[in-house]
Design a protein around this ligand. Structure first.
Ligand SMILES: *[C@@H]1O[C@H](CO)[C@@H](O)[C@H](O)[C@H]1NC(C)=O
Length: 581
């Protein structure tokens, strides 16, 4: 309903023409009548009494036919009262748009005589428009790494009202992160601008919702709102985090290869690619990598070798978790290997005393025994015993050491050899055991006495044989000597009978030689004394046949002559005994 440009120019042309004509008929024209009305008045609302304002009496009105000129756009004149009435909707915004002053000019005509009066109605704005945002919702995406102070221009709201009824200010809902500023565009329009006040943290709050309100200056003020929805875009600002700093796991020694030990998890609070964590061993020695595999995607750790508690009873695994931004976290895993009773005890005979004399008293130590078990705890706790019912006992000596002792007297004649079996058993579940056998020989105590005896006999025999040989040699010498007296010394029958009737064969021998024999018989003597005896001084009979034959010297002879002969006699008797045996 806004008048077109053509129409308004037509109006203006007519006004000029009418003014010209009127000026010809009537000298002076009355001033333009001015009214002011608010927009949006109801139909037939009275703008003012035009008749009265034009100086026309009510009585004359029917004759004068006062009316609004042809257009009759917004107003009519009541023919009876002469009131100027609103005949159509007057929307200031429609008629004048953003013009600050909105005036409707029109003419009124009266006949008899014909008069044209100019009327100007100022349309006052009422606050009949609320500020409006183009969109009911504004979506923003802001990276969490965005620095505070960044601005985000927003579309302005529109309020068609003019003056104080127009848009006056913007208002942002209370929030921690954003401020609002009002900026002016080159065309003079105001637009709001969002300012980031504090850094955003997607991990803390990934979505912010604000309400932007535009308020006009009406009384009461009107307002319009729009939602601002802010999605916080992730930045890789978080490292992965392990659920535990240290994990502890116990593994049975006998777990098969490929056994799943544990799965470590590191979470990254970032999202998407930024949260993709990969796992790797970190600062581990080669040994660990020989025994464990780590899945770099899942963090699962599996075994890849057989464990031997006796070689290593624990492992420390360092694990690193990394995200694509090289942000990393570390944890360590303590793997404890639990001992299984996989080692049998060992029995070691450290020393054994064999053969054992049969007269050894009970309690004699026969052997020292040591036990060893590579398992630990109960699995490595070993106890020993002697198998079977035997004459032997095991006595604990110190840790892992035992003494094998005799329990009672042994009799070689009964059992000359023992096989002593010692069984070592550990306390594992199930227990393992092993045994060792010691062969023990028993020696006869009498054997030793016999041996000594034979030795003595052999010695005596040799002595006697030697003596006999010497005697034989002397006898042969004597036989060849001239003196029969000398010979008679060897004849028990002759010795007591001195006389000349001696065998002439024996007279060949000399006296000093026969004397030598007597001395030589004292074999034990080292010193020999030869007397200077002459046949004239001492008759040979005396020398040889007297009992003093064995003690021939009064000057030099010692008194042990009879002792030596005793020994020889004893030996001879022993020899006889021996043969008798
Ligand atoms: C002892 O063991 C050995 C060898 O095993 C065997 O020859 C011997 O006969 C055994 N002795 C006894 C008394 O069992």
């Amino acid at each position: 309903m806004r008048p077109s440009a053509e129409r308004s120019s037509q109006l203006r042309w007519r006004q000029v023409l009418l003014s010209f004509l009127l000026s010809l008929f009537r000298g002076a024209l009355p001033d333009q009548i001015r009214y002011s009305v608010p927009e949006e008045l109801a139909k037939n609302s009275v703008v003012g009494n035009l008749a009265k304002d034009l100086g026309l009496s009510v009585r004359d009105l029917p004759a004068r036919k006062l009316r609004v000129s042809a257009e009759k756009e917004y107003f009519t004149v009541n023919p009876e009262s002469g009131d100027l009435l609103v005949s159509d909707r007057i929307d200031r915004e429609q008629i004048c748009g953003m013009k600050p002053l909105c005036i409707l000019d029109f003419d009124t005509v009266a006949e008899n005589p014909l008069n044209i009066f100019r009327v100007a109605v100022t349309v006052q704005d009422i606050n009949d428009n609320i500020p409006l945002f183009k969109q009911r919702k504004i979506d923003l995406k802001i990276g969490e790494s965005t620095k505070p102070g960044r601005t985000f221009p927003l579309d302005p709201a529109l309020d068609l009202d003019a003056g104080s009824n127009s848009l006056q200010r913007y208002h942002l809902s209370d929030n921690e992160y954003f401020d609002l500023a009002e900026k002016q565009a080159p065309d003079g329009r105001k637009y709001p601008e969002l300012i980031l006040k504090h850094s955003l943290d997607r991990e803390e709050q990934n979505f912010h919702q604000l309400v932007l309100t535009a308020v006009d200056g009406g009384d009461p003020p009107q307002s319009g709102t729009t939602q601002i929805q802010i999605q916080v875009i992730d930045a890789n600002d978080n490292p992965p985090v392990f659920s535990q700093d240290v994990y502890r796991v116990s593994l049975q020694e006998g777990v098969p290869r490929g056994f799943s030990v544990l799965r470590v998890t590191a979470t990254d609070q970032d999202e998407g690619v930024n949260a993709e964590v990969t796992y790797s061993f970190h600062n581990v020695d080669e040994q660990v990598e020989q025994f464990f595999t780590l899945d770099k995607r899942t963090g699962e750790i599996t075994t890849k070798n057989d464990f031997d508690f006796e070689i290593a009873s624990s492992y420390t695994l360092g694990i690193e978790a990394k995200d694509p931004g090289e942000l990393a976290a570390h944890c360590s895993i303590q793997v404890e290997i639990l001992d299984e009773n996989d080692c049998a005890p060992e029995v070691i005979v450290t020393s054994v005393f064999t053969p054992l004399p049969e007269d050894s008293p009970p309690g004699t130590v026969i052997a020292l025994i040591k036990t060893r078990d590579r398992d630990s705890g109960e699995n490595g706790d070993v106890y020993c015993r002697v198998l079977g019912k035997t004459e032997f006992l095991l006595k604990s000596y110190s840790k892992d050491y035992y003494k094998l002792v005799t329990d009672r007297a042994l009799d070689r004649e009964e059992i000359p050899e023992y096989n002593v079996t010692i069984l070592a058993t550990d306390r594992g579940k199930p227990p393992l055991s092993s045994s060792t056998t010691i062969t023990l020989h028993i020696t006869d105590v009498n054997d030793n006495a016999e041996l000594q005896f034979y030795l003595v006999v052999a010695l005596a025999l040799i002595s006697v044989l030697f003596l006999l040989a010497v005697i034989l040699a002397v006898a042969l010498r004597l036989r060849s000597s001239s003196s029969p007296a000398s010979w008679s010394c060897f004849q028990p029958g002759l010795s007591s009978k001195p006389g000349p009737g001696v065998l002439p064969n024996y007279s060949e021998g000399t006296l000093p030689y026969s004397y030598n024999l007597c001395v030589a018989s004292q074999s034990a003597k080292t010193e020999f004394n030869f007397l200077n005896v002459t046949p004239e001084v001492t008759p040979p009979q005396d020398l040889l046949c007297e009992d003093a034959c064995w003690v021939p010297s009064t000057n030099h002879g010692d008194g042990d002559g009879p002792l030596a002969s005793d020994t020889i006699l004893k030996v001879s008797f022993n020899l006889i005994n021996l043969f008798a045996l």
